[in-house]
Design a protein around this ligand. Sequence first.
Ligand SMILES: O=C(O)c1ccccc1NCC(=O)[C@H](O)[C@H](O)COP(=O)(O)O
Length: 274
Amino acid sequence: MTDVLQRICATTAEEVAQRKKTCPAAELEAAIAAAAPPRGFARALAAKVEAGGYGLIAEIKQASPSAGLIRPDFNPAELAKSYAAGGAACLSVLTEGPNFQGHPDHLRAARAAVDLPVLRKDFMVDPWQIGEARAMGADAILLILAALDDTLAAEMEAAAFDLGMDVLAEVHDLGELERALSVLKTPLIGINNRNLKTLKTDLAVTEALAPLVPAERDLVAESGLHAPADLARMAAVGARRFLIGESLMRQPDPGAAAGALLAEPLPEGAAGGL
Ligand SMILES: O=C(O)c1ccccc1NCC(=O)[C@H](O)[C@H](O)COP(=O)(O)O
């Protein structure tokens, strides 16, 4: 694990331990039972792709370790509405506090404002967080292979599926991709273009790994996507699903910016990705 990821995961594990102490199992179970039913996250992405377009997971994040404060006028409900109007298939909402200035209330507010499925974007290090995610209304969770051993990753995926949620498995290199493909069943394989040591992004990461993702899995290109040409570049190697945060969050009207990206035609002969 890189230093940055290790630090974030260690802080998260401490915070989770505290929350577990103040939330008895029966209370969490009751909150899960009271949560609105999951919206199909993978299904919403597939519908956009099957209709001949791109499946956009539009991210709502206020800040990040690489960029610092990204959006001072931060209103998750308004951002969610803007993204929905711009044609996003799904939302990703940061709930991690210390590094991203996220909060579970951001997810709740965003999800209540629209009918899009929502990914809880956080650092999942403890199976307890899966129930917590569902209790706050999440429709999908992120599993970062770099932060989990195989046993824990499989356990957390099974727990998410049991609660009706989808799973986005995130990889950064060949080793993590091979682990994800052998250990996890989720169709959604995210290739993150961000190097977690340098925090720099490089679209060549997806270009190198995309051909190794089997056709029955759904490749999601993540991070560092700014311009229509970036989407065309990713589509050329079979990615039709994208997770985009910072470049949209920096725009005065993120939904309009998302719409402009989604209007980019698929490149001639774009490979698979359905
Ligand atoms: O963004 C960071 O600085 C970062 C640092 C450490 C771990 C994860 C980090 N980012 C999470 C993400 O991968 C992005 O939020 C997501 O893929 C969207 O990327 P972008 O469009 O570049 O904001």
